[in-house]
Design a protein around this ligand. Structure first.
Ligand SMILES: [Zn+2]
Length: 50
């Protein structure tokens, strides 16, 4: 599962309602996050190498 931050188009590991792999809280500004089947493109530790 992946979750996209729509303003930046960065796709993180994780899903809406939880923290991303790199530790962002998707419950903050929740309207900006969508679950997606796109490939993770976040380069931070915890999201990459997933
Ligand atoms: Zn990330």
């Amino acid at each position: 599962m992946a979750v996209k931050h729509t303003p930046t188009a960065i796709v993180h590991k994780g899903q809406k309602g939880n923290n991303t792999g790199c530790g962002k809280d998707t419950k903050e500004h929740a309207s900006l996050w969508i679950n997606t089947s796109e490939k993770v493109n976040c380069k931070k530790n915890g999201c990459k190498n997933s």
